[in-house]
Design a protein around this ligand. Structure first.
Ligand code: FSO
Ligand code: SF4
Length: 541
């Protein structure tokens, strides 16, 4: 196996024996094959679009679900991945028969193997099958961005939102990553175009979320526990949470969020459920301890799954793109009502959660809420009470080096405000950093996809201050990344013209020296230093 798609890749270079995340070599090879056959199918759909054929939404959903399935910490179940390969090949064959100009398709597209060939084929189509280091780097950068875009598309799709333009681009870009005729320059352009569709995809999800659940608003979230048994919901899928909340009403069971599900509390729609009582624990990587002490069932709606301990594996359930061998999966397609009754029944038999902390955290500062406070914020900037904003969105992770973000947040001058989104916030959202004229010093917009909100806020501030360039704003970008959703967020910010982003705790292993240089020269991307050096760099001595 060879995988270097996430920040925790072995030795900052690549997982080769097994994944640091727990992915086994045979699952890794099957994931490589699933990405590959999705690219083959995308080549066919792209040709059909050229021939003015309409591609069914179901096909678009199949491709995005395939990519989502291969995101870090989403699905460890080789059997499920294998089934998706079979289904994808079947659909590819059906569509291939509808292509008029078959001669325009590359020979690769016609591959159609049996199950017993999957493993050997998978071994030939992974990352290292592209020999040129720069082409490989760009192909993977684009593919990972598209994986992130697929995840966000899927969340919008379950809320009955689709964007054929985004899907059409996604598939044509996937097809291009197999096209040997593309030059490095063309691939660089495709990378930036991926960022453009990243913005569109996140805008679609923002609209789907806010039109279904209302605009996030300032909310205090309880981080202690109640006395009844509970169900813990993790991941990013708000629709799954909604279904569970409905089905568990009046069942005597409370619902808690974990990690990236915390921002659900900010949406007005969910506030009507009196048994939706709080957030339990921290970011994804602490789940081993936290799932154990939660005592009740846990529903994983998306990544990040950490291979579960025996002690609680029977209490874990997966749904959607997620999967883990031996863990019960709750089925349900887009538009279908999932049946969570087994989880609710199990919860009733479990002891209530063990309290691990007490108090409240505050969030809900997505675009609408922040823009309604715009006057106050602009006054604070004009009076000098707020000197700088620091975007610290992104992901959290296991690496000790990520303590940098806690120390950096603590070391920031008191006249700075942190803008955050994603699970990165857990590094500093319980520090009580205070407020400036009533504006909290940590403004949490929501999940990682709500980084879109931060971009909208920046664009609005640019307008209010009458600036020509988004980079003239007093905003520093110090972003932490982990998996492929962060890649699409990064590409989206680059597309919006944001420069001088600091990316940590390490730069992606999949950036070759030359590709990294393009990002440095054109966008001023850089890594992080020590807290002391970076504070001096951003604020002077
Ligand atoms: Fe975190 Fe995991 Fe949201 Fe990621 S829970 S790390 S970027 O999946 O998606 O921020
Ligand atoms: Fe390694 Fe990350 Fe790939 Fe897992 S997802 S195998 S940790 S690079």
């Amino acid at each position: 196996m060879f995988c270097y798609q996430c920040q925790e890749t072995a030795k900052c270079s690549g997982c080769t024996m097994s994944g640091v995340c727990g992915k086994t070599p045979d699952t890794a090879v099957m994931q490589d094959l699933l990405v590959y056959v999705s690219k083959l199918l995308s080549t066919v759909t792209t040709q059909l679009r050229k021939e003015n054929k309409v591609i069914d939404k179901e096909i678009n959903h199949l491709i995005t679900l395939n990519l989502f399935t291969t995101i870090t910490n989403a699905n460890f179940d080789k059997k499920v991945i294998e089934e998706r390969v079979t289904e994808t090949l079947k659909v590819k064959e059906e569509l291939l028969s509808k292509v008029k100009d078959k001669n325009s398709l590359s020979e690769k597209v016609f591959w159609n193997g049996n199950k017993d060939e999957y493993e050997s084929k998978g071994k030939t189509v992974g990352v290292l099958s592209t020999k040129d280091e720069d082409v490989r780097s760009l192909r993977e950068l684009i593919t990972y961005g598209l994986k992130g875009l697929s995840a966000y598309s899927k969340h919008a799709n379950v809320l009955m939102s689709d964007n054929e333009e985004v899907d059409g681009f996604l598939q044509s870009a996937l097809a291009k990553t197999l096209d040997d005729s593309l030059s490095v320059e063309e691939l660089i352009n495709l990378t930036l175009e991926t960022g453009k569709y990243g913005v569109e995809g996140m805008a679609m999800l923002d609209k789907a979320n806010t039109s279904t659940y209302g605009n996030p608003e300032i909310t205090k979230v309880n981080i202690g526990v109640k006395s009844r048994p509970g169900i813990l919901v993790s991941g990013h899928d708000l629709k799954d949470l909604e279904i569970l909340l409905k089905q568990s009403e009046n069942s005597g069971v409370d619902i808690y969020t974990h990690s990236e599900m915390l921002p659900a509390h900010y949406y007005p729609h969910f506030k009507k459920y009196s048994h939706f009582v709080g957030n339990y624990g921290n970011a994804w990587w602490k789940q081993k301890e936290e799932f154990e002490s939660f005592n009740g069932p846990i529903l994983m709606t998306t990544n990040c799954i950490v291979p579960p301990k025996k002690r609680y594996i029977d209490r874990i359930f997966t749904t959607g793109a997620t999967g883990y061998p031996g863990v019960k999966h709750i089925d349900g397609c887009i538009g279908e009502e999932k049946d969570f009754s087994e989880i609710i029944e199990l919860a009733k038999k479990c002891p209530p959660p063990t309290e691990i902390e007490q108090g409240e955290i505050i969030g809900g500062f997505a675009r609408n809420q922040v823009l309604s406070l715009a006057d106050k914020i602009v006054d604070a900037v004009k009076s000098g009470d707020i000197k700088k904003f620091v975007v610290m969105a992104g992901c959290d992770g296991r690496a000790k080096s990520r303590n940098y973000y806690t120390d950096f947040a603590k070391a920031l001058p008191k006249d700075t405000v942190i803008l955050t989104a994603g699970c990165a916030k857990y590094k500093y959202n319980k520090l009580n950093l205070g407020d400036i004229n009533g504006i909290p010093r940590v403004l949490d917009a929501g999940q990682c996809n709500d980084s879109y909100s931060l971009a909208v806020i920046a664009l609005k501030l640019k307008e209010v201050f009458g600036l020509d360039d988004i980079n003239e704003l007093p905003i520093i970008y110090n972003i932490s990344w982990y998996e492929q959703k962060a890649v699409i967020v990064l590409l989206a910010l680059l597309y919006l013209g944001v420069k001088n982003i600091h990316l940590g705790p390490t730069l992606p292993a999949f950036l070759s020296e030359n590709v990294a240089k393009v990002l440095v020269d054109n966008f001023g991307i850089s890594g992080i230093g020590t807290v002391e050096d970076d504070i001096e760099l951003f604020f002077g001595k």
